[in-house]
Design a protein around this ligand. Structure first.
Ligand code: ZN
Ligand code: ZN
Length: 247
């Protein structure tokens, strides 16, 4: 359970990297050993790091894995606070894979609502931008109200929707009113929005909207690079573009 204070200064937000994978996620490179992550985090002067591996099966032994990671981090004697969390799956309206017990045992509950490329993920009946937009809004609404999320990963982006050739069309089909209402709801239930570097570069319009509405609502933003390799741990790699995008 981690929620920072509302902050609209990107130079502050990039002091934390709250989206880092280890090789426990099959898509992460073997070089993402916990010791190597600690070393790189120290070189980058990060002030907080969250380890969030994918939770794509009901019986994922995430709590046990986190205990092992914590042991390795403590051996390094680093001063950087680490959060031992997970990138959890909200794969449909009111549907998640983690049990209440697992959810409560995690330091940081980052939920992905748009891994539509996975075979178990619920798809809307209508496979159009608007169909996916309506589905995503419903999924997020139910998740936020359930109060089991600390933050929403790469929010609303259609990057993983195989049925949509234009990946930015999903977010563009979410109306301003829907997005604003969702952000108000997240504020009420203390759920943060991830500024995800990949998403910001792929769909700057979406990230700009989130930022603009978030400033009005008083949303909490967290920063994450979704690092699957060591070179992607640097939160400041695209800082000039981010400063332009998120004034
Ligand atoms: Zn993800
Ligand atoms: Zn991820």
């Amino acid at each position: 359970m981690y929620l920072r204070e509302p902050c609209f200064d990107i130079d502050e937000l990039v002091k934390e990297n709250l989206h880092v994978h280890t090789p426990f996620s099959s898509c992460a490179k073997p070089e993402m050993r916990v010791k190597a992550i600690v070393k790189r985090a120290e070189e980058l002067n990060l002030e907080r790091v969250a380890l969030v591996d994918h939770f794509n099966h009901k019986n994922t032994p995430m709590v046990e894995k986190n205990t092992a990671d914590r042991f390795v981090v403590e051996l390094t004697e680093t001063k950087i606070p680490f959060l031992y969390g997970a990138e959890l799956s909200v794969y449909g309206v009111g549907k998640w894979l983690d049990s209440d017990e697992t959810n409560a045992a995690l330091d940081y509950r980052l939920y992905a609502a748009n891994h539509y490329h996975l075979d178990f993920w619920e798809q809307p009946n209508e496979k159009t931008p608007r169909g996916y937009a309506e589905h995503t809004v419903k999924v997020l609404e139910a998740l936020i109200k359930a109060e089991r999320a600390d933050c929403i990963a790469h929010p609303i982006h259609g990057g993983y929707v195989e049925a949509l050739p234009d990946k930015n069309s999903l977010a563009a089909a979410v109306t301003d009113e829907e997005l604003y209402t969702l952000m108000l709801l997240a504020k009420k239930h203390k759920v943060a929005w991830e500024i995800n570097i990949g998403e910001a570069l792929l769909d700057p319009e979406l990230t700009k909207r989130l930022w603009r509405f978030g400033k009005e609502v008083g949303s909490v933003f967290h920063f994450g690079t979704d690092a699957h390799r060591i070179e992607n741990m640097d939160t400041r790699a695209h800082i000039d573009e981010l400063r332009r995008l998120l004034p």
